[in-house]
Write a protein that binds this ligand. Structure first.
Ligand code: ADP
Ligand code: MG
Length: 438
């Protein structure tokens, strides 16, 4: 790896991305981001959901022009999609009506490669990625892991210099994901991949430590590279090695450190526009109970808690963030700590719990109050979800808007603040409430 001699593959300097909002200040998603990718390295971009990872990946690929900043590909300013870059997504994005081979060949058709060569190269990529013999299968006949292998083959067939991966394993079950990770690393180490570098975006700390030579830890609101860590372990890496565990723990600490006061530009995100995770109220109660009981007694180390609950570590952070948002716990230096309210909740009976939850919901999630206020204003006590979705989408991507709405619907129902009619996509009141008011 003569990184010092060779020119970087990609440089991003001073990059800023903001989205324009109608009513208030612009939403700043990325601020002052710097990133350099060298030949020969795997870099992981690690951050919580909503921190701007996908946005940065799209900027690196040339699919999105940042609001401001300098993006270079081998020293040349990037205008439009970068040649030599291929992308793998979380959702495999395969065409169901095409066979494995036809799906893989697609990338080459776009490049104008002749039929014979297309066949040859796609067969090569399919074999390489361990799908030999499945050329004529259709996506629906394949498991999730195999479909993602097709996604990988389709990216590799164009012989890109840089492979961009956006949470490529997060839709797979734990074992399948692990097999794919190690297969990919094996191929990389054996120099069988036609690649100079890999940039993988993930919110999974273990995945980053397992795969990357370098980890960039992203902070949120607005997203910026807050930390850079070199991973000193040789491949194949052992998750149970104490040094590996220590690094995972350290990164947990970094990611759950109390955020410094956000820059003024970042305060544009009002309470109304906070993205929410659709965590079920059962899970919320369960986690509070677990934290309250032995051996934690109100305070748990996140990696230890994840191991005890048999959670993938990356699934626990959104849960912790949700408890924090609702005022039941705080995240601090890698620990999840119950608040007094959290303890009171754990001690309470079912009906009292509901009351506490309702109080916390009303105090911390303004969207719930806004929905209820609209329902109350209407003579028919109904309010279409569309208007709230639209308002959310002014402040966040459609995926996050959808998750936020799902969270609010499930929490608001549990708290009996409103009902939701899935079919009509309308908020309303419970039957009894309506009768009372009549
Ligand atoms: P990540 O990949 O880290 O989860 P994203 O890059 O998808 O984060 O999104 C970062 C933030 O930018 C989120 O708050 C998201 O809602 C917001 N965002 C993304 N795309 C848009 C858009 N087109 N309009 C408004 N906000 C957006
Ligand atoms: Mg993303």
């Amino acid at each position: 790896m003569d990184q010092n001699v060779s020119q970087p593959l990609v440089t991003v300097r001073n990059c800023r991305q903001s989205y324009h909002k109608e009513a208030s200040a612009d939403l700043v998603v990325l601020d002052d981001v710097d990133l350099t990718l060298h030949e020969g390295e795997i870099v992981a971009l690690l951050g919580r959901s909503g921190s701007g990872k996908s946005t940065l990946l799209r900027i690196v690929s040339g699919l999105l022009k940042p609001t401001s900043g300098d993006v270079r590909w081998r020293g040349e300013p990037l205008r439009g999609p970068a040649p030599g870059v291929a992308m793998v997504f979380q959702s495999f994005a395969l065409f169901p009506w095409l066979t494995v081979q036809e799906n893989v060949e697609l990338g080459l058709e776009a490049l104008g490669v002749k039929k014979d060569e297309r066949e040859e190269r796609s067969e090569e990529a399919i074999d390489l990625i361990g799908l030999g013999g499945y050329d004529t299968a259709y996506p629906k006949e394949l498991s999730g892991g195999m479909r993602q292998r097709v996604g990988l083959a389709r990216a590799l067939v164009v012989h890109p210099d840089l492979l961009l991966m956006d949470e490529p394993f997060s839709a797979l079950d734990v074992l399948t994901a692990e097999t794919l990770r190690t297969d990919l690393i094996d191929l990389w180490m054996e120099k069988k991949l036609p690649l100079k570098s890999i940039l993988i975006v993930t919110h999974n700390i273990e995945e980053a430590v397992l795969m990357a030579d370098r980890i960039l830890v992203f902070s949120s609101n607005p997203g910026r590279v807050a930390h850079e860590l070199k991973v000193p372990f040789a491949h194949p890496r052992n998750r149970f090695d104490p040094a590996f565990r220590q690094m995972v723990d350290d990164i947990y600490g970094i990611m759950t450190r109390r955020a410094p006061k956000p820059a003024p530009a970042a305060t544009a995100r009002t309470g109304f526009a906070t993205p929410l995770h659709p965590v079920s109220t059962n899970l919320i109660s369960g986690l509070i109970e677990t934290l309250y009981g032995a051996p934690y007694h109100g305070r748990a180390d996140l990696p230890a808690l994840a191991a005890a609950l048999q959670y993938e570590v990356d699934d626990l952070l959104p849960l912790g963030e949700t408890l924090q948002l609702l005022g039941f716990a705080v995240l601090e230096e890698g620990d999840l700590i119950l608040t007094e309210t959290g303890k009171k909740f754990a001690d309470a009976e079912t009906e009292d719990r509901k009351e506490i939850f309702t109080e916390q919901l009303r105090a911390n999630v303004p969207l719930v109050n806004a929905i209820r206020a609209v329902i109350d204003q209407r003579s028919n006590h109904r309010a279409s979800a569309v208007r709230f979705r639209d308002e959310l989408e002014d402040n966040m991507s459609p995926e996050y808007a959808d998750e936020t709405l799902r969270a609010v619907i499930s929490w608001g129902r549990y708290a009996e603040i409103f009902e939701y009619d899935e079919e009509a996509q309308q908020f309303g009141l419970e039957e009894e409430d309506e009768e009372e008011e009549a």
